[in-house]
Design a protein around this ligand. Structure first.
Ligand code: HDL
Ligand code: ZN
Length: 418
């Protein structure tokens, strides 16, 4: 063994240092490189009007949906700030996150002076601010969520734009897979693909061509789709047929994993718009079928129900073509991050991707990673202490090696098919 064996006394400090100094690959975000212009959200008013805080504000005010959506973004932020930060303590995870971010940026959060925060961001250029945020959050690179059906995003990909190498693409297929009969088919026809509602052989070939065209254009790290809790596979639905005939073969041919994000029930309250999505416990038999019947496909999977997390770990023990990732959305809260990270380490060791940020606003990287690093460090310190208590010897270099795997190495090896 190379290096000095660390003592129990120095273990926690060693783990905290390794976790907080390790640059991370953030494998799922809704961020955009500057080439996408205003699609990249940043600054105090975008932070405050994040859909998580919108949902929380409605619980504390009597404003109607119509009145709220008629406000300007600044007026919405004023209302949220007054409601959740002034009239109430910002104690929820989404609120505390803004406090952490402002504090990490060196702003005086005790002043609660929203205008002073606005003045700070007004003085910032986004290209410079990306460097500030990536350095503060210790983020090496992020993976975006890229939708070829999005009318705002699509033209940027079709232009001769040059991306920022720190922003990787992910080809998001929700519109194709979840809305093919309603809208996907018509949109593909409009894009020049010879498809039809009955998914003839020609249509399936054309859908493969569409996916291949966007793989060539985006060079994505993976393809992704979010799925409802009642997702079935195999399945005679348009989604089941397109996954079977198009996505899985292309995934193998281009050596690009398929990310499944299962458990979302879209628009349970449509009047909340982006904040109106809900969740449900999934039947993981469909995922099991995919893993077993397609051993040469690789699947990144994250689930939205806390009640699904333990069985996901057991499935991952059965199928090495399953990579468990992140504490997604309603899972991304300290109590649940702690619980599921512990069970993942206990059942899967160091063969998981413990976290992603899901950041929609650039500045969120600062708090989402600071908060998660604290929890992951606590879990790892406890697990390493259990190991030392069993007589094992550990070096600082080995802890750094393990953390590097969790914070990017596992992702790159899985994506590269190693
Ligand atoms: O479907 C997804 O990728 C989700 O992450 C949604 O974008 C959701 O609105 C979200 O931002 N969750 O954090
Ligand atoms: Zn997301």
């Amino acid at each position: 063994m190379n290096g000095t064996i660390i003592s129990s006394q120095s273990l926690k400090a060693t783990v905290v240092k390794a976790v907080h100094s390790q640059e991370v690959t953030d494998i799922h975000t809704h961020l955009f490189s500057p080439a996408f212009g205003t699609l990249l959200l940043w600054g105090i008013d975008d932070l405050i009007t994040y859909h998580y805080l919108i949902a929380e504000t409605f619980r504390k005010t009597q404003i109607s949906y119509e009145q709220y959506w008629a406000l300007t973004k600044t007026e919405q932020a004023d209302l949220i700030w007054q409601t959740l930060f002034i009239e109430n303590s910002p104690i929820s995870e989404a609120c505390r996150g803004i406090v952490t971010t402002l504090n990490e940026l060196g702003l005086d959060v005790k002043s609660r002076d929203l205008q002073s925060y606005r003045d700070y961001f007004a003085s910032m250029k986004v290209e410079d601010y990306i460097d500030v945020v990536f350095a503060l959050a210790q983020v090496k690179e992020v993976v975006m969520t890229n939708d070829p059906f999005d009318p705002a995003e699509r033209p940027v990909w079709l232009s001769e734009m040059t991306g920022d190498p720190r922003f990787h693409a992910a080809l998001r297929l929700d519109a194709l897979l979840n809305t093919y009969p309603e809208t996907g088919c018509q949109q593909l026809t409009a894009f020049g693909y010879n498809v039809d509602g009955s998914l003839s052989e020609t249509a399936l070939k054309e859908i493969r061509r569409f996916i291949e065209d966007w793989i060539q254009r985006m060079q994505p790290k993976y393809m992704a789709v979010s799925l409802p809790p009642d997702f079935q596979f195999p399945d005679d639905s348009a989604r089941g047929k397109i996954i079977q005939a198009c996505v899985l073969p292309v995934s193998r041919e281009f050596n690009i994993p398929f990310a499944l994000m299962i458990g979302v029930r879209r628009a349970v309250n449509p009047r909340l718009r982006l904040a109106g999505d809900g969740m449900g416990k999934a039947d993981l038999t469909s995922l099991e079928n995919l893993l077993r019947e397609h051993p040469n496909n690789r699947f990144l999977v994250t689930l939205l129900s806390r009640e699904n997390q333990h069985e996901l770990c057991v499935l991952a023990r059965k199928f090495r073509n399953l990579m468990v990732f992140g504490c997604w959305w309603f899972m991304n809260n300290p109590s649940i991050i702690d619980e599921i990270t512990r069970e993942r380490i206990e059942l899967l060791g160091l063969s998981v991707i413990p976290q992603h940020s899901d950041a929609r606003i650039l500045d969120q990287l600062v708090y989402k990673w600071k908060h998660s690093r604290q929890i992951i460090a606590d879990v790892l310190a406890d697990k390493y202490q259990d190991l030392l208590d069993s007589g094992w010897g550990l070096t600082e270099a080995e802890i750094e090696r393990d953390v590097a795997a969790l914070f990017g190495g596992n992702f790159h090896r899985f994506v590269d098919g190693q």
